[in-house]
Design a protein around this ligand. Structure first.
Ligand SMILES: C[S@@+](CC[C@H](N)C(=O)[O-])C[C@H]1O[C@@H](n2cnc3c(N)ncnc32)[C@H](O)[C@@H]1O
Length: 258
């Protein structure tokens, strides 16, 4: 299995994955923007709504995955949008952005608070930093994956699956307020009703499970089979074949006064 992202697989839950972005953007009060940055833009799904929301702005999508950047470049074209293949841990905008969005990306970046600090420090006056991260790392979908990885039955590299890659909502509030931003932080638990066989496995295949399978090579199928069996017990379908996936997400918007 390739270690790169698979845009088509990621997009298979496009509707469920797009809703948090619109709820995040609804709380961004910056109306005028010249430059908007989409950190971890993925296949461009988070970039296109930014073009609509700030019709006079230039929008730059940044992502470290060649496959995602290729997909985004094909999906969103025009004089106002561009994409850069770069790591958000060290990429810097050419001028002060008015809006920086990081939707479902910071959980992948170790030391992500330093990314928040860096982009908060370059925001234009009146500009906003808008973040959304999953807050579900204690749920069976992740706990079972970590349990199997730690069982010693598969050579999963130590440290690949972090127990808690994000802060709790209060942690983001403290970080944003400490940076001098007006902060608005909340969390929401979505109850996704999924159809079909092994839908939770299908969901995580597009995201959290991806690096584990890539690291295991030939041993990936046996890990996935054991994980699928554990998920079936943790997320039994109802009589109509529907499975409920509770998915908590954490949102944080910080606005620089001015
Ligand atoms: C779950 S997807 C989110 C995509 C998009 N923001 C959305 O809302 O659909 C996470 C994206 O973050 C990117 N990513 C992860 N770590 C990154 C890093 N250090 N620098 C840049 N992009 C990164 C991945 O390549 C992937 O495209």
């Amino acid at each position: 299995m390739s270690s790169d992202w698979d845009p088509a697989r990621y997009l298979s839950f496009a509707e469920e994955r797009s809703r948090p972005l619109s709820e995040l953007l609804a709380r961004v009060v910056t109306t005028q923007a010249r430059l908007v940055v989409d950190l971890g833009c993925g296949p461009g799904t988070s970039t296109m709504p930014l073009l609509e929301r700030w019709p006079a702005a230039r929008v730059v999508g940044v992502d470290s995955s060649p496959a995602m950047i290729a997909r985004a470049t094909g999906a969103a074209r025009g004089p106002r949008v561009s994409f850069v293949k770069a790591d958000i841990g060290d990429w810097e905008p050419e001028e002060a952005p008015d809006v920086v969005v990081a939707n479902a990306v910071l959980q992948w970046v170790p030391e992500h608070v330093s990314v928040i600090e860096r982009f908060a420090s370059v925001l234009a006056p009146g500009g906003s930093l808008a973040i959304q991260v999953p807050g579900n790392f204690g749920e069976p979908s992740h706990a079972l994956m970590r349990e199997l990885a730690a069982s010693g039955r598969w050579p999963v590299p130590p440290g690949l699956l972090r127990e808690s890659p994000v802060l709790d909502p209060g942690g983001y509030l403290s970080v944003l307020a400490g940076l001098g931003l007006d902060a608005d932080v909340w969390s929401t638990t979505y109850l996704h009703v999924l159809d079909g066989p092994d839908p939770v496995l299908e969901w995580v295949r597009g995201t959290a499970l991806r690096p584990v399978l890539a690291a295991l090579g030939d041993e990936a199928p046996s890990f996935e089979a054991a994980y699928a069996a554990a998920l079936r017990e943790a997320y039994p379908p109802d009589a109509a074949g529907r499975t409920v996936l509770a998915f908590r997400r954490i949102f944080a918007v910080g606005r620089r006064p001015g």
